[in-house]
Design a protein around this ligand. Structure first.
Ligand code: ADP
Length: 177
């Protein structure tokens, strides 16, 4: 994460605002066979993937990831949801990605859509594929880091340093003259 939000220089040109963020395709996205559709929509951002893996989410990981919501009435249902408990095998997992690119967080949040799928833009991922369960949890098929400090915390939580591609080449591809 050393390069996060740092100005980068390549061949004397200054590259601003290169960010990284965590994307999760949640268990409902996997269960509904939406992985391909979601990745296609995310690819419109022209960001690069620098980390990717499938994760069976432990209770501990779920609790730490969503620690900011621990006092919410839907917290336990939310943990069950991100762990895929309501779906069971083989849907009880998430696909985790680290994306990198210019203004990555803001641009990906726009593609992901609002938290409440019923309020999300119809063309966004959450607006297209999300729903609210009978228990009131927003099943919105994707997690997308809220801001760069949350992104830094989440990437550290979900990925070991060796699991993230370190090369600088993705940055070169998005140089704006
Ligand atoms: P986001 O995922 O957009 O960053 P939050 O961190 O606030 O939003 O919420 C985490 C997840 O908890 C949401 O993606 C959604 O699945 C669920 N959630 C958030 N707020 C509510 C709510 N008011 N009612 C039900 N589920 C919610």
């Amino acid at each position: 994460m050393e390069n996060l939000e740092k100005n980068l220089f390549i061949k004397g040109r200054k590259i601003m605002g290169i960010e990284q963020l965590l994307i999760l395709i949640k268990p409902d996205g996997i269960k509904k066979s939406l992985t391909g559709n979601i990745l296609t929509k995310l690819s419109e951002s022209r960001m690069v993937i620098i980390g990717a893996k499938a994760v069976k989410v432990s209770r501990d990981l779920a609790e730490v990831h969503y620690c900011h919501l621990k006092d919410k009435p839907f917290f336990n249902e939310l943990l069950d949801y991100i762990q895929g408990k309501i779906y069971g095998e083989p849907w009880d997992r998430v696909l985790a990605f680290v994306y990198q690119g210019e203004d990555a967080v803001l641009r990906m949040r726009k593609i992901a859509g609002a938290t409440n799928p019923e309020e999300a833009d119809q063309v966004s991922i959450r607006g297209s594929y999300g729903r609210i369960t009978t228990k009131g949890v927003y099943e919105n098929v994707i997690h997308c880091s809220l801001d760069t400090s949350e992104a830094a915390r989440e990437i550290k939580l979900w990925f070991k340093p060796g699991e993230i591609v370190k090369e600088i080449y993705p940055v070169k591809k998005i140089i704006v003259e």
